[in-house]
Structure formats: structure tokens, C-alpha cells
Write a protein that binds this ligand. Structure first.
Ligand SMILES: Nc1nc2c(ncn2[C@@H]2O[C@H](COP(=O)(O)OP(=O)(O)OP(=O)(O)O)[C@@H](O)[C@H]2O)c(=O)[nH]1
Length: 212
């Protein structure tokens, strides 16, 4: 029975990086892939990065969509297509810019809405923790919001710490893989129940025919 391509998808994970202006979305993607922090980027369109990683002893084809969507999004349609494309999400804000923190709840709501489920793997990433002097959002506020929205939370500095960037990404890939497996198990269970249903129906039809 067809599983809607899920078996093929188990080794292919698509992540989307969302967040307000200048919070460090591109810096995070580039840092994860190249291990390097590059100060300035100039791109006005979304970019998809592709790479391979071994996660939990399995080679994963990873695609990461670096969006240019602002808090409210360029258009609702674009944000919808980003969300429908992704399997897992990083919602970023900068600890130095409160307006980016204020975007988080709305982006999470949009993900829940377009995915039609509350189980989508999502990490909230507070960036620029190296800029303590310019801090506008406290760590506890970020953690409390992540708890409320049931998301994993990381506070990090893309500029200063590659290892935390790497573990945030890797953990999200693991959560996506777990979600795939749960989906696959649910589909197998449904398919078995359907088979039992058909078998019972056939048996009932046969015994009725014999009575006649
Ligand atoms: N101090 C510091 N600066 C950072 C960090 N991460 C990113 N930046 C800087 O923040 C600015 C914006 O980074 P980008 O990666 O372009 O942010 P973005 O979210 O992709 O930007 P837009 O897509 O244009 O909204 C750049 O000047 C980066 O060098 C960080 O961890 N610490």
C-alpha cells in the first residue's frame, strides 16, 4: 500500500528558518553549513541551502530554506508556501531587538494553522547573545514563551558559537525524523485496521451467501 512517499522522505529533511528583520537567519544557515561566520550578507530573495549530514548514524539530505519573510510576511501566500514546504522550523529573534521577539507567537500560530497540527517540530532561537550591552529581551522571557508555545528553546550567538548552532539544527532534524516515524506508524496501523475491516466484511458477506 502506498505511504504517500513517506519512506522516501525519511532521509530527506526540509527545515525553514523564519524570523524578523536582521535577526541572523542567513548568518545561522551559513554558519551551520560552512562553520564560518560571515558578517554581512546581501540577498533579497529566499535561498535554499543543500547539504548532507549524518544524524543518529543515518545520512540525511538536508535542505534549509533561509527566508526573507518579515514579521507579517511579504505576502500571506509566500509565508504559507514556506510553511507547507517545511518539515521543521527555526523561529529566530535577536535578543537586541524586541520587535523580532514580538513576531514569534504570530509565526508559531501561522505554522500551526497551515500545518493543521500541533506536533510540528519547532525550535525558537534567540540570537546575538554576545551583545549583552544591547540586550532588549531577557533569557527567561524567551524560555517562558518557548514553554508556552511548546517549542524547544536555544539562546546562542551565531557569531561566537558554532557548536550550539550545530546542536540546535541536529536536534531539530532528530525531532523531524521522530515525527516522520510516528506518522509512518500511524499509517501502518490505519492500513492494518482497514485490512481487518475488509476481511471481516468479506467473511460476513460469505456467511450470508451460504445461508441463502
Ligand atoms: N553580534 C552579532 N551579530 C550578528 C549575529 N548574527 C548575525 N549578526 C549580524 O546581524 C546582521 C543581520 O544578519 P543576517 O544574517 O543578515 O540577518 P537576517 O535575519 O538574515 O536578515 P534579513 O533576511 O535581511 O532580515 C548582520 O550584520 C550580521 O553580521 C550574532 O550572533 N552576533
Amino acid at each position: 500500500m502506498s505511504d504517500g512517499g513517506l519512506t522516501r522522505r525519511l532521509n530527506r529533511v526540509k527545515l525553514v528558518v523564519l524570523g524578523g528583520d536582521n535577526c541572523g537567519k542567513t548568518a545561522l544557515c551559513v554558519r551551520f553549513i560552512t562553520k564560518r561566520f560571515i558578517g554581512e550578507y546581501d540577498h533579497k530573495k529566499e535561498v535554499t541551502y543543500k547539504c548532507q549530514r549524518v544524524v543518529d548514524k543515518e545520512a540525511i539530505d538536508l535542505e534549509i530554506l533561509d527566508t526573507v519573510s518579515k514579521c507579517s510576511g511579504p505576502t500571506a501566500g509566500t509565508l504559507e508556501s514556506y510553511i507547507k514546504w517545511g518539515d521543521g522550523f527555526l523561529i529566530m529573534y535577536s535578543v537586541t531587538d524586541r520587535s523580532t521577539f514580538q513576531c514569534i507567537s504570530n509565526l508559531k500560530r501561522q505554522i500551526d494553522h497551515f500545518k493543521q497540527t500541533f506536533g510540528t517540530p519547532i525550535a525558537i532561537v534567540a540570537n546575538k547573545s554576545d551583545m549583552e550591552n544591547g540586550r532588549a529581551v531577557r533569557t527567561e522571557e524567551g524560555q517562558a514563551l518557548a514553554n508556552e508555545l511548546r517549542c524547544t528553546f536555544y539562546e546562542l550567538s551565531v557569531a561566537e558559537d558554532w557548536t550550539v548552532v550545530d546542536s540546535a539544527m541536529t536536534q531539530l532534524v532528530l525531532e523531524v525524523k521522530l515525527a516522520f516515524h510516528k506518522q509512518q506508524l500511524a499509517m501502518e496501523k490505519r492500513s492494518r485496521m482497514l485490512q481487518v475491516g475488509y476481511a471481516l466484511k468479506n467473511k460476513l458477506t460469505r456467511s450470508k451467501t451460504m445461508q441463502w
